[in-house]
Design a protein around this ligand. Structure first.
Ligand SMILES: C[S@@+](CC[C@H](N)C(=O)[O-])C[C@H]1O[C@@H](n2cnc3c(N)ncnc32)[C@H](O)[C@@H]1O
Length: 275
């Protein structure tokens, strides 16, 4: 789609260099452009904005997702400067800010998988909940109570807004702060299920995640795994988990969530923990 759209302004050789896909989140397009084509970035943005009728802005992603808030730097190429937009997924509405908060449309399948696993009546602690995507999709499908914690004030504020938009006041709670501190203060032993969507730092927070669970509870442990063989990723992630956990654990399943680089994967291990 992207290469086709660029046919009028790029040579066939330049088109080959262009990445094949871009993310569209609501009315915002986010694009990566190889260094060799950066001199044409504004023109690329302008043409793309003309082609994609539902888009209001095209941004160039000038940094990887980074820092405590897991956000990226964006540069406006064409259209409106505003980075907030509405995004719809699995029957829910979300206000997201594509620059000030983490957001990935590529986790949509994983959000639905988790929501399907939840049982009615559960209390869920979403330790790194962002703008509330996983929490609200789960609460839409099942009768559960979700604590959505995030240290980024913009994410916590948008989560509160999203709770209102989806009429989930009293069902999903947005809490701003460090997950370890919040669990220590008010969520010790409260969760039937804990989500750990900060794969780079899961081991660091594992102790707090276990603390947040009841005597017996389910943990969704996300991690990053290097592997030459794709078919070994789930096994490697499960054995990594078993090497770092210090309470009785029964692996319920493990799988690749998405590829994130050459021979590099985001994986999830679903575990029943007994304290
Ligand atoms: C990879 S994002 C996941 C967000 C969300 N679960 C989603 O999928 O849209 C990780 C989130 O963890 C938050 N975070 C980082 N350190 C944290 C901490 N110590 N306590 C709570 N949240 C934290 C970041 O602000 C970011 O929103």
């Amino acid at each position: 789609m992207l290469k086709q759209a660029m046919a009028s302004i790029l040579t066939p050789e330049e088109s080959e260099e262009m990445y094949g896909a871009f993310d569209q989140i609501g009315s915002k397009i986010i694009l990566r452009i190889p260094d060799s084509l950066l001199s044409k970035k504004k023109l690329i943005g302008k043409v793309l904005l003309e082609k994609v009728k539902t888009a209001e802005s095209v941004f160039y992603q000038s940094s990887p997702v980074e820092g405590d808030y897991r956000i990226r730097q964006l540069e406006l190429l064409a259209g409106k400067e505003n980075t907030e937009t509405e995004y719809k997924e699995h029957g829910c509405r979300f206000m997201v800010d594509v620059e000030k908060t983490f957001f990935s449309p590529r986790l949509a399948t994983e959000r639905l998988r988790i929501a399907d696993l939840v049982n009615d009546g559960e209390t869920i602690i979403n330790m790194f909940g962002g703008v509330g995507m996983f929490s609200i999709v789960a609460a839409k499908k099942k009768k559960c109570h979700v604590y959505n914690i995030d240290i980024n004030p913009h994410a916590a504020k948008l989560c509160s807004e999203n709770i209102g938009l989806n009429k989930m006041k009293g069902t999903v709670e947005s809490i701003e702060g460090d997950a370890s501190e919040i669990i220590e203060k008010k969520l010790d032993g409260v969760g039937d299920r804990v989500l750990m969507l900060l794969p780079e730092r899961s081991d660091e927070f594992l102790h707090s995640a276990i603390k947040a669970l009841k005597q017996k509870g389910i943990l969704h442990y996300y991690c990053h795994i290097h592997s030459d063989k794709k078919n070994q990723v789930s096994e490697v992630s499960a054995s990594h988990f078993m090497s770092v956990v210090n309470v009785r654990s029964e692996i319920l399943g493990s799988k690749i969530v998405r590829p994130i680089g050459p021979r590099f994967y985001q994986a999830v291990v679903d575990v029943m923990l007994y304290k």
